[in-house]
Design a protein around this ligand. Sequence first.
Ligand code: LLP
Length: 420
Amino acid sequence: MEGNFNDYFVYKNGKLYCEDVNLESLALKVGTPFYVYSKKAIIDQINNYKNAFKDYPTLICYALKANSNLSILRIFEENGLGADIVSGGELYKAKKAGFPSNKIVYAGVGKTDAEIIYAINENILSFNVESLMELEVINEIAGKQHRKANVSIRINPDVDPKTHPYISTGLKKSKFGIDIDQALEAYKKAVKMEHLNVVGIHCHIGSQIMDVSVYKEAVEKTVDLVYKLKKEGIELQFIDIGGGLGVKYYPEDNPPTPYDLANTVLPIVRQTGLKLILEPGRSLIAQAGALITKVIFVKDKKDKHFVIVDSGMNDLVRPAIYNAYHHIVTVEQKQESMVADIVGPVCETGDFFGLDRKIGKVNRGDLIAILTAGAYGSSMASNYNVRPKAMEVLVDGNNYKIIKEREDYHYITKFEEEVL
Ligand code: LLP
């Protein structure tokens, strides 16, 4: 029989709970599929980050891309975090959730003019600039707006984060950042630009990092550059080391904690005296979430069994595009088990949540929970196959609140009908 995967999704009398909310009862009330999040899981991890970095001036900017539900953003904002954004849409949501502009940093290789104007007018803490051309364009636009834009240069330290190739961002061959050996020149150009305030340095090497030693390498290279800049008379205010801390997907995973990260990077950053910025996304929200879905059919082919559920790759695309593992458990604890592919209804072979998985023996109508789904789950959802996106529910103790209504067909077709 399946044990507890973490402290927030636990079995009580044979039924899976999120905190003190019985997920079977919740499903009866709100229907399936739905994302459910534990508020306590979010708060606990915020506090882990805060405690780990409490003796050094640090701004923790939550990476909205991991999960940008407004109610979830409010939790981060209320707890004093800043925001790491990558688009005008994320800026809009960050402001709507109440993040002050002086706690917002903006990365991304392809910021449009409209997005740059928007962020300049909001007077954000820093653009994390990814190319020389972007520096020039921000300078030009800021001039036209009669403003000065705060910029940091995102350097690419050429460090292998030893993670999935699709989420490695700090290697020379990747599209992100300015190569570290060209960064000094870029800074020299930037400080001469009239409408820029050069405030910091940024690097982010990848995501789902399970070995914190890779941060040591990246931060050392970044700090080296900070010293070189100092010699040239270029003084910065902060060093932003991005996000990337890994989380538990497999039951046997033992991911690094914010304390491990702090112990690795603080000794290096401390020497510079610069303020530290972090941009964690996944590690703040992944464990807090699960996707709850109902078994529609069980299908047996000779040696192969399929469990077909009412959620699909449109709700959680990570298995389909990264072959990512998400642990799957039954909401009702079962005595017997089975081995099956857990698949969705979408017309794609890649539409699976788990292949050849051992799970409790389920039947039509049973519920299953796909775990560690708080990050890059709902935020990457789509309407493929004209499937309304799932509802989202936030649990706090024995209370729950719907934080996103289930989409309906009218909503999905609205913008097409308007022009019909
Ligand atoms: N900062 C920057 C500049 C980033 O590009 C990212 C993530 C983060 C912060 C946050 O990283 P985190 O702490 O969440 O690892 N969709 C993929 C993950 C893509 C991550 C992209 N960048 C997935 O589902 O695994």
